[in-house]
Design a protein around this ligand. Structure first.
Ligand SMILES: [Zn+2]
Length: 367
């Protein structure tokens, strides 16, 4: 008699309307791939519904605990990621983590991860304990080190409040911002930047940054430049809904900053709409971690739909297949990655459908 080997999980079979192709299709999923041909012994999970290759939260922090401190362990990061996964998010771009967790890249319970290392931030101006804080001369070396710590991305903090000035201001001078982008590219990774205000984002977009986070200070001219260059925008509309509360708290000591934040917030839906219309590649990000809960991708989709006025199909592209392609995670094609979400109703008719995933399959396993 031979000992039984480790149990091989059965292949899964799913039938439904595959988006965006809008075709009823049968898919078979093994732990490592999608097959368009039947796999013997497969267990049928769903035989109707609407199928997406999972949502993507393109700005998420599983290394920052609720309240804003770094997570204490990889297990805590895993638990935060599970909240996103159960809401249908099967790929995450972690836009800066104070806790290193490279061991989660291939964790069966964790969504696909595109990761920056720690935020590269200006000294004594950014959120406490989150970034590596450096003066101008140290920026290129810090970028190179964080490029090595992540798996393809570097996150820069492009601007933040300057308490001496009483307003938002660039993290460093323009030459240093340009050197930061160049250092990321020299290290072979993509660079993205946190910006709220107008000045730093202008410099880094023209220096060839790959993506802008928030981007509340974008001008129409710069939006056209981003469209021309193919620079992505992750507008994180959820976090901008908190600008009013930030402004209220800051008002007594920093009235100019408070005024600036309110202005940025009120014009932002038009900024996102203009970026969409100009053809800037847009992706959905919640900025979960710290102040925003995990699992809110559907709420961000609703803001893109209702505040920015994006058509539902383009919201879904920004939230799913378009973002997977951008991050390098193949979807529901022969040999693609076996990740999908089934919804009972058509999310093209109403993006609120994204709130209620019927079946979540990650890495070929039902979750
Ligand atoms: Zn963030």
């Amino acid at each position: 008699m031979t000992e039984p080997g480790p149990a091989v999980p059965p292949a899964l079979h799913v039938r439904g309307v595959v988006l965006p192709d809008d075709e009823v299709r049968d898919l078979w999923l093994t732990p490592d791939r999608v097959s368009l041909a039947p796999v013997p012994g497969a267990v049928t999970v769903a035989d109707r519904g609407f199928i997406l290759p999972g949502l993507v939260d393109a700005h998420c922090h599983i290394g920052i605990a609720p309240g804003g401190a770094p997570v204490a362990s990889a297990d805590e990061a895993r638990r935060l990621a599970a909240a996103d996964r159960d809401a249908g998010v099967l790929a995450i771009r972690d836009a800066g983590s104070p806790y290193p967790y490279p061991q989660l890249d291939d964790d069966p319970d964790v969504p696909r991860l595109a990761r920056a290392g720690r935020h590269v931030a200006p000294s004594k101006r950014y959120l406490r304990d989150i970034g590596v804080e450096v003066d101008a001369a140290e920026v290129p070396a810090a970028v190179a080190a964080q490029a090595a710590a992540g798996n393809g991305w570097v996150k820069l903090v492009g601007d933040w409040i300057d308490r001496d000035l009483g307003d938002l201001a660039p993290a460093w001078d323009a030459d240093t911002l340009r050197a930061a982008v160049a250092a990321a590219h020299a290290a072979g990774v993509r660079a993205t930047v946190h910006t709220f205000a107008e000045e730093a984002v202008e410099v880094v977009v023209r220096a060839g940054i790959d993506c802008v986070e928030h981007g509340t200070g974008l001008s129409l001219d710069l939006i056209d430049e981003m469209a021309r260059r193919g620079t992505a925008l992750v507008p994180t509309m959820l976090i901008t809904t908190t600008f009013g509360a930030i402004a209220d708290r800051a008002e007594p000591k920093f009235p100019a900053y408070a005024r600036h934040m309110r202005t940025l917030r009120s014009r932002f839906p038009q900024v996102v709409r203009a970026a969409y219309e100009a053809g800037v590649p847009l992706y959905l990000g919640t900025d979960a971690g710290g102040g925003i809960d995990h699992g809110l991708a559907a709420e961000e989709a609703l803001l893109l739909r209702e505040l920015a006025g994006m058509p539902a199909l383009d919201v879904l592209r920004a939230a799913s297949w378009g973002a997977r392609e951008w991050l390098g995670f193949p979807g529901l094609v022969e040999g693609g990655l076996p990740d999908l979400v089934v919804y009972d109703e058509d999310p093209r008719a109403d993006v609120r459908v994204l709130r209620v995933p019927r079946h979540v399959i990650l890495r070929g396993r039902v979750r």
